[in-house]
Design a protein around this ligand. Structure first.
Ligand code: NDP
Length: 473
């Protein structure tokens, strides 16, 4: 008998995805460039379900029922193109190639268009949840044609995480939509992680708590509105002691954060779309700053404030509020970016559905996402989550604490770019008048770039070098 679906690329992600499919009763064909991996998978986990191993691409393709569903889980970039070129000639019209790697959505758009010309469906699919998610239920964000989702959706929904019985998988939209949404998911993940890191840093250096004490604070937070996977693992990491030295684990890790690039893509794309995702950008830049060892060494002795570490009563509660409010801002910015991408590329993405499929399986899974879903259910066209009734009230109630935290950070010289930029974004949106009016005046002065007026339609220019009268441009 034939396999219902096949996976090629059996490193951590592919192999766990194949096992997940097999465990759900779907006969799965498995293939890897280096055959040893295929053999090892079947030897170690063959009893979990029906695996049909293939040594060659021809064997692999021949073992799939039609229309063929072929999942590629290889290194993103050139290897993905190489594997597509290897398999596409062996496929027939109506067959589907699913790319579950972390592809850039622009690559996915290009690949989808090229394969569509050849009668094949290309399904660029975001998969989040890492190794464990792939095995036990990831959050799955498939793009591509509606027709391909009909043939593929039920299988993907079957292996996805479930929350309240709802699968964390939905057809996101055409061509690059799935990978775009996965990219923004990762950007939000960067922002969320940065805000948590700042919370830790402030509790440590402003309030003088130890990592073990801070772990307890995070555990408490995890029973409230901040309940999420990232808060949960933060407590675990902070409570961990290094076996070799007996010191807190967080004190023996080199403080230079790395990145694989999806956060950077999110910011690059946001710049192209003109969407202010300052929280995500600050998170990407914070990692970048941490990695500039030489720069940091050179600046180590720059003067800072003369304040001492001291215990501030109620500070932990203030930080919880600052974290919550800043997190709402980060999500509001990320969803704004999805909305803008959807408009730019005609994807018609349902924002509430994105919150729904991120509730489980993925790294940013959180109780909080139910609220986002509710916000888009109440008003699918809401311009920003910040004006949703629930969030407006919650952030409004948190703002005094949020401002105290940002002030304290500034006074003590503790960097809090995530908290402070989120607050600046909030205040910018609130402001009745922004100093952008002055910026326009300057632009008109040095470059005759013109400006619009509050009281009349049209574009105007002031003759700055002459009698300073105004002319219509
Ligand atoms: P890697 O990204 O490390 O890729 C290794 C796999 O790619 C191996 O199966 C390797 O085959 C294959 N490969 C590399 N180059 C080629 C080539 N030119 N031709 C054929 N096969 C090739 O694997 P991961 O499992 O970590 O990730 C797979 C994909 O999933 C990536 O795109 C990644 O970004 C994405 N992803 C990863 C997550 C994670 O937590 N790791 C989370 C979400 C997505 P061989 O064994 O022969 O070397």
């Amino acid at each position: 008998s034939k396999a219902r679906i096949g996976v090629t690329g059996l490193a951590v992600m592919g192999r766990n995805l194949a096992r997940n499919l097999a465990r759900h009763g779907h006969p799965v064909a498995v293939h890897n460039r280096t055959a040893a991996r295929t053999k090892a998978l079947v030897e170690e986990f063959g009893d979990e379900g029906t695996f049909i191993p293939a040594e060659t691409p021809e064997q692999f393709v021949a073992s799939l029922e039609r229309p063929r569903r072929l999942v590629i889980m290889v290194k993103a970039g050139a290897p993905t193109d190489a594997v597509i070129e290897e398999f596409a000639p062996l496929l027939e019209p109506g067959d589907m190639i699913v790319d579950g790697g972390n592809a850039h959505f622009a690559d996915t758009r290009r690949r989808e268009a090229a394969l569509r010309e050849r009668g094949l469906h290309f399904v660029g699919t975001g998969i989040s949840g890492g190794e464990e998610g792939a095995l036990h239920g990831p959050s799955i964000m498939p793009g591509g044609s509606a027709e391909s989702y009909e043939a593929l959706g039920p299988l993907l929904e079957d292996i996805a995480a479930k929350v309240d019985g709802t699968p964390c998988c939905v057809h996101v939209g055409p061509d690059g939509a799935g990978h775009f949404v996965k990219m923004v998911h990762n950007g939000i993940e960067y922002a969320d992680m940065q805000l948590i890191a700042e919370s830790y840093d402030l509790l440590r250096h402003a309030a003088g708590l130890s990592p073990a004490e801070i772990a307890e604070v995070f555990r408490t937070w995890n029973t409230g509105r901040l309940e999420s996977y990232l808060i949960e693992i933060t407590a675990e990491v902070l409570a961990h002691t290094d076996a070799a030295t007996g010191r807190p684990f967080v004190d023996v890790v080199l403080d230079q954060a790395e990145q694989k690039g999806t956060g950077r893509w999110t910011v690059q794309t946001a710049l192209d779309l003109g969407v202010p995702v300052s929280g995500i950008a600050e998170a990407v830049f914070a990692r970048s700053v941490s990695g500039h060892a030489g720069l940091r060494r050179a600046a180590r002795n720059l003067p800072g404030p003369k304040n001492d570490v001291r215990y501030l009563s109620g500070f932990a509660d203030d930080v919880e509020q600052a974290l919550y409010a800043s997190k709402v801002v980060a999500y509001a910015q990320g969803f704004h970016q999805i909305q803008a991408g959807s408009e730019e590329y005609g994807w018609n993405i349902d924002l509430g559905q994105m919150a729904t499929i991120w509730r489980g399986g993925c790294i940013i899974r959180a109780r909080f996402l139910d609220r986002i879903r509710a916000a888009y259910e109440a008003d699918p066209r809401t311009p920003t989550l910040l004006t949703d009734d629930h969030f407006a009230e919650a952030v409004g109630a948190a703002q005094d604490a949020w401002r105290r935290v940002v002030t304290t950070a500034a006074q003590l010289g503790i960097p809090a770019p995530g908290f402070s930029s989120a607050l600046a974004y909030y205040d910018s949106l609130r402001a009745e008048r922004l100093p952008a009016a002055l910026t326009q005046g300057q632009r008109d002065f040095f470059g005759a770039h013109t400006y619009r007026r509050v009281d009349r339609d049209g574009s105007f220019h002031t003759l700055w070098g002459g009698d300073r009268s105004e002319v219509e441009a």
